[in-house]
Write a protein that binds this ligand. Structure first.
Ligand code: PEP
Length: 253
């Protein structure tokens, strides 16, 4: 990514998914310690499971590591057993939240409309959402990937984004947790289409919204991916679980 005065620093986001018991806090501490040794060229955030959110936020307090939730409910509070609100994430020390991850869309039947409502709830609670989109392998092979993802963007962004900090993450489903990475050409094409849609929707603001790539980002491919046009960071799953790997990806930004 070529940086200009208005380009935000790339965001390197580590999504632990349903991984991590108390001992994993040591990995978060190691990430924080690794960043303390030098000024970070990137923004760095960890997204632990909800059970660790508060303790992880305390463990990295005062460091460069930001903390976020992996999902939030669209409502501020109420009778929603097992769910977590955006305000609860903020109260636990989070400043960001992932919404619309493909595993939520697939496992929990989340529609674009629900994702948009969650993103709105996040913004209302003062959180910075990362709104995820991405096509299936069947859609890519049918030549429908760009049209599908642009449609997801249109329908997953809430109405009132003007002036609000948020991110988009492009994560092709076939690249998540598979070791298979989208080609740089695929990434560049998709990020350009997403950028055009963001500008059409938000004007100048749309030109600076970070668009993260996610899908088997590892220390050995991060530099090439992060250098591609319109790539404003990475959403990292498996490789964020070990501080050494995650720090190597941050180093590549
Ligand atoms: C993800 O969890 O969003 C992800 C991209 O996972 P992985 O890096 O393991 O493919």
């Amino acid at each position: 990514m070529s940086l200009t005065s208005t380009t935000p620093r790339p965001l390197i986001a580590g999504n632990w998914k349903m991984n991590g018991l108390s001992a994993a806090l040591d990995e978060a501490r190691a990430v924080a310690a690794g960043l303390d040794r030098r000024p970070a060229a990137a923004r760095v955030a960890l997204f632990p499971p909800a059970t660790l959110l508060h303790r992880l936020a305390e463990a990295v307090e005062g460091s460069f590591v930001l903390v976020g939730g992996q999902d939030c409910h669209a409502q501020a509070k109420g009778a929603h057993t097992g769910d977590v609100s955006a305000e609860m994430i903020a109260d636990a020390g989070g400043t960001l939240v992932i919404v619309g991850h493909s595993e939520r869309r697939t496992d929990h039947g989340e529609t674009c409309a629900r994702v948009a409502a969650k993103a709105q709830a996040a913004i209302d609670a003062g959180l910075e959402p990362i709104i995820c989109v991405g096509e299936s392998l069947a859609q890519r092979e049918a030549g429908e990937a760009v049209a599908f993802v642009v449609d997801q963007i249109r329908n997953s962004l809430p109405a009132s984004l003007t002036g609000k900090a948020f991110n988009v993450a492009y994560e092709p489903l076939w690249a998540i947790g598979t070791g298979r990475v989208a080609s740089v050409d695929n990434i560049v094409e998709m990020h350009a289409a997403i950028r055009a849609e963001l500008i059409a929707r938000l004007g100048d603001q749309g030109a600076t919204v970070p668009i993260l790539y996610g899908g088997s980002v590892k220390p050995d491919n991060a530099r090439e991916i992060l250098a591609a046009p319109e790539v404003g960071g990475a959403l990292v799953g498996g490789a964020s679980l070990k501080a050494k790997d995650f720090l190597a990806i941050i180093e590549a930004a």
